[in-house]
Design a protein around this ligand. Sequence first.
Ligand SMILES: *[C@@H]1O[C@H](CO)[C@@H](O)[C@H](O)[C@H]1NC(C)=O
Ligand SMILES: *[C@@H]1O[C@H](CO)[C@@H](O)[C@H](O)[C@H]1NC(C)=O
Ligand SMILES: *[C@@H]1O[C@H](CO)[C@@H](O)[C@H](O)[C@H]1NC(C)=O
Ligand SMILES: *[C@@H]1O[C@H](CO)[C@@H](O)[C@H](O)[C@H]1NC(C)=O
Ligand SMILES: *[C@@H]1O[C@H](CO)[C@@H](O)[C@H](O)[C@H]1NC(C)=O
Ligand SMILES: *[C@@H]1O[C@H](CO)[C@@H](O)[C@H](O)[C@H]1NC(C)=O
Ligand SMILES: *[C@@H]1O[C@H](CO)[C@@H](O)[C@H](O)[C@H]1NC(C)=O
Length: 616
Amino acid sequence: MLQLACLLALVGIAASNSLAQQQPLSAPAKPNVIFILTDDQDAHLDSIAYMPFVQKHLLNRGTHYRSHYCTTSVCCPSRVSLWTGKLAHNTNVTDVNPPYGGYPKFISQGLNDNYLPVWLQEAQYNTYYTGKLFNVHTVENYNAPFAAGFTDNEFLLDPFTYDYLNSTFQQGRESPQSYEGEYTTDILTKKAYSLLDKAVVAQKPFFLTIAPIAPHCNVFMNGTGLDENPVFSFTEPIPAKRHEHLFENIQVPRTPSFNPEQPSGASWVKTLKRQNETNVEYNDHFYRSRLRALQAVDELVDGIFARLQDYDLLDNTYIVYSSDNGYHIGQHRLQPGKTCGYEEDINIPLIIRGPGIAENKTTDIVTTHTDLAPTFLQLLGIPLRPDFDGEPIPLTQADIEVADSKRQEHVNVEYWGFANGEGKYDFDLSAYNHTYKALRVKGREYNIYYSVWCNNEHELYDMTVRLFIFMVLRHLLSIDASKEKADCEQADPHQLHNLLSTDDKENQTSHAILGISLPKVVARLDSLLLVLKSCKGQVCVKPWKALHPQGEVTSLKDALDTRYDYFYKEKQTSRVYFDECARGYLLDVEGPQYNFESNDEGNSFIRDGLPWYEWV
Ligand SMILES: *[C@@H]1O[C@H](CO)[C@@H](O)[C@H](O)[C@H]1NC(C)=O
Ligand SMILES: *[C@@H]1O[C@H](CO)[C@@H](O)[C@H](O)[C@H]1NC(C)=O
Ligand SMILES: *[C@@H]1O[C@H](CO)[C@@H](O)[C@H](O)[C@H]1NC(C)=O
Ligand SMILES: *[C@@H]1O[C@H](CO)[C@@H](O)[C@H](O)[C@H]1NC(C)=O
Ligand SMILES: *[C@@H]1O[C@H](CO)[C@@H](O)[C@H](O)[C@H]1NC(C)=O
Ligand SMILES: *[C@@H]1O[C@H](CO)[C@@H](O)[C@H](O)[C@H]1NC(C)=O
Ligand SMILES: *[C@@H]1O[C@H](CO)[C@@H](O)[C@H](O)[C@H]1NC(C)=O
């Protein structure tokens, strides 16, 4: 069974590699962008399979970036990273609420003058937005100050943002208007169409963002959203009436990590009890409610394409579809929610369609939300900014093929504060001490998740699915295949076996990655995470260069070369470590910080321009 999975994975890779058409971007000078940003939409619970119009207009006609990641898996920090091109440790908007996050923190960090809509306007673009911008953007603070950078806007405001049947929108410089009793996505759809009409009438290139709240859970907030201790009550998302009976028998996919018999994860996650039948049934209902709530978004997508067609704009408009963060329901026994570093929460949809973009293609190159602002600027011919923590996503088939071997293989994931479930069985189970730093490394020959929690527990999942056919080939070539066979059988794509679990000593010693023992691999991963946790700008894109300034190491595989064993064992000895669990990004408790300065020319392990191993 596993071997069949291995084989299928190979066939998938071969198929995506075989199409090498050159399709240069051929758009006229000033294209438009429509960015559809859903809220909490997963890439792992099959939501897109239930969205026929997203499939028809986007998947079938665009490129699907299957290895797209958010870098902080909760709304506000993720959205701020997306709009600024900076990791949360560089925006210091690390939470949904003040004092560490929310709209007030976005403002106090000076980001309202320094984010994508403002840059687009400076480049003569008209900018339009409807839907949720940030958390704690409320009926009280929306004008103090107004969000900068929009030609026109129809923002959803707290405390009504996630109230599917009692939303409040705020247009331009007007007062907020309540739509009590109407269905939020349908109102938003009308507003999106009307903003598109305005954009077309203005006869200027435009960037229109449509940010519905589906499939986020429904939230009733008692208060303004700005209160000291806001009271929230969460329920499953509410579909439009016309969709409420769909998908009667559909359940959360029963993958191996769904409500598993054995606990998994680390810290508070591994203490979770297995969910009983009542709980699982409710979570299936929650899941169906998400799929139903997404139907109105799917219709909106169809309506947008119909209008683009009518306006004859399809040839000059890029349509980008994504979500702020992912979602889990039941995996690792978790109640419905996000905020974790597991694949369900961080790996999210990204589909791009437009002139020059390959149709009906998928790619596994690694991309993140910090790449989106640079991508948009490049797409629209606007110079990039030097302080971006990401870099443009390759869009043409030719550029994607180059990136296949050249692009970064890492994602830096970070989180501060608390986690809470959004279903009905754990509302009181807010997990504080939910601060962690993590790393995804997805190379051709390995697929790894590594994390350090603020209680200093570690996680390592070897998600590599070794390819069966390589094993057969090796066997035919009389190379000893027993090692690879063992590796294939050990693959853990569902992140169920923490190789660094304190109660699993056996695996720590026996497991190998690329045939190399875990301690050596972990030394590299931890050093990479140490660099990334406080990186800025290009260092975040090319972190190995901080460790190996000569630039000869660009991947985990390079760094695993035995000639660096001494360096990682004896020289690079600082480890990612927390002194305590803080609710925000407090440097004092974040352990050792990588000294980037000393690694420029003249750094302690470079002499006469030579790295240490040349002169030791
Ligand atoms: C998309 O590609 C798949 C194979 O990769 C093919 O089966 C399918 O028919 C294609 N769909 C369209 C609309 O071209
Ligand atoms: C909508 O919100 C207002 C303000 O809190 C409240 O008075 C009203 O009862 C709500 N309506 C519904 C249908 O929930
Ligand atoms: C909202 O909060 C106030 C003050 O804490 C309380 O009196 C009221 O009952 C709450 N209303 C609801 C619907 O929870
Ligand atoms: C199932 O689990 C939930 C959540 O822990 C609990 O509230 C409920 O009482 C349990 N139901 C049964 C039938 O055991
Ligand atoms: C070691 O890991 C493998 C899979 O990676 C798992 O099947 C096995 O149960 C683990 N052993 C222990 C002692 O946890
Ligand atoms: C959080 O961690 C601190 C130590 O950093 C510990 O004292 C506290 O009990 C933990 N809280 C919870 C809810 O686990
Ligand atoms: C981030 O913001 C918090 C809250 O304002 C502040 O206490 C902290 O020092 C800031 N962190 C950094 C690294 O600037």
